[in-house]
Ligand binder design. Structure first.
Ligand code: URA
Length: 393
């Protein structure tokens, strides 16, 4: 790791090593050592002046805006979160891109971030340039060479960054499903267990949620639409899979930090959302980073509805493809994203509205069939999908 970071080992040799790791795997001990070597390639952030900070991490999915809900909940309960995030990666969305949709400036210094966290409670900022330089280079190489889907490589990449970020209490959200990096449930649970084990070795209080990504987490896809959904969740306490998962992760964090029973932590979190404390905190967070929530005030957006062409049950939703298509759509000026109005297991009839495309008609028409094909309808009844498969402590 040192040799590669310093440029003494070239990309070809590193690619050979990464290939070998992808093919043969690594023992637990080797993964732990690899994580430490990556962690030691850069500086560790010291957040001790803020007390024990909380953090969460999602392994990446479609319509996953949990950070924008969890951070204000945590801050509204007088706890601290300094959240370093990345931008969109492939078909997955990025917290930074979403937070910037509020007009917020996330390219702030660590000192500024600490100041905001001490006043407001939570802050979201772009990963600093020198956060685990080994991961920065190796990640780019993995992306280029297609060597991404490896348990030890994913674990060391995520955990080295978490350890360098300075939080003392962390909940990992490991996504399993067709719209995630882990498409196999057994492997997803293995990854979750491995990551929690490494964090605990470094004396970080942690646990992992293994959650579903066989359909988009929220109803909306596309930064603008997702941010509108976040506001709606916190303002109106609308029960949804997105809000339920966010509240679960927040409750696990609160329970670990305050050393209280999970039921009591859940009550505190529910109160923060129901009473609008978390919504007010989101407004404060956005304002502290020079953004403004007012641009989202009850504006009605026009959309093109996509109608179901058969009757039956939703048996499958091509989540990854929905993410990819929407990335393409929102690159066009005036196109905001989509709402997916159905979930796996829903009964649908001929002509039922199943998707809304928030785009001018000429562009929506270009994408109409692609979106329609992402929803599979079958004649046989299909069960709905669980939201959480496991919580690993
Ligand atoms: N997220 C990361 O930070 N690294 C990986 O390898 C996969 C997801």
């Amino acid at each position: 790791m040192n040799g590669y970071t310093k440029g003494q080992i070239n990309d070809e040799n590193m690619t050979e090593l990464l290939k070998a790791i992808c093919e043969k795997g690594m023992s637990e001990k080797e993964t732990i050592l690899l994580t430490s070597a990556m962690l030691n390639s850069g500086n560790k952030i010291d957040l001790s002046e803020l007390g024990d900070c909380l953090d969460k991490h999602s392994s990446g999915g479609v319509s996953d805006s949990t950070t924008l809900i969890i951070a204000p909940i945590i801050a509204s309960l007088n706890l601290k979160m300094v959240k370093m995030s990345g931008r969109s990666l492939g078909f997955t969305g990025g917290t930074i891109d979403k937070f910037e949709t509020f007009g917020a400036n996330t390219s702030i210094s660590l000192e500024n971030a600490k100041e905001i966290a001490s006043k407001v409670g939570a802050v979201i900022l772009c990963q600093t340039e020198d956060l685990v330089p080994a991961d920065k280079r190796i990640y780019a190489l993995r992306d280029k060479t297609g060597l991404v889907a490896s348990l030890p490589l994913i674990a060391s990449s995520i955990i080295s960054k978490k350890l360098a970020s300075g939080a003392k209490i962390i909940v990992l959200d490991v996504k399993y499903g067709e719209g995630a990096f882990m498409e196999n449930l057994v492997e997803a649970k293995k990854l979750a267990r491995l990551m929690v084990k490494i964090l605990k070795k470094h004396k970080i209080l942690s646990c992992a949620v293994v959650s579903d990504m066989n359909q988009p987490l929220g109803e909306n896809i596309g930064n603008y639409m997702e941010v509108k959904e976040v506001i709606n969740c916190l303002k109106n306490n609308n029960e949804s899979r997105l809000l339920t998962l966010s509240k679960t992760i927040a409750s696990l964090l609160v329970a670990m930090k305050e050393k209280i029973d999970l039921n009591l932590a859940t009550k505190k979190v529910d109160f923060a959302v129901k009473e609008g404390l978390a919504y007010n905190k989101l407004k404060e967070m956005v304002l502290a980073e020079s953004g403004n929530l007012d641009m989202f005030k009850d504006e009605k957006l026009s959309y093109i509805p996509v109608a179901c062409e058969t009757l039956g049950y939703v048996s499958n939703i091509k989540t990854k493809e929905l993410g990819e298509i929407t990335h393409e759509l929102i690159r066009i000026k005036g196109c905001k994203g989509v709402s997916i109005l159905v979930k796996v297991g829903d009964k649908v009839g001929l002509g039922d509205e199943i998707i809304r495309i928030y785009a001018p008609k000429k562009y929506a028409d270009m994408f109409y069939k692609k979106y329609l094909n992402c929803i599979t309808i079958s004649k046989t009844k299909t069960n709905s999908l669980p939201l959480i498969y496991d919580i690993i402590k």
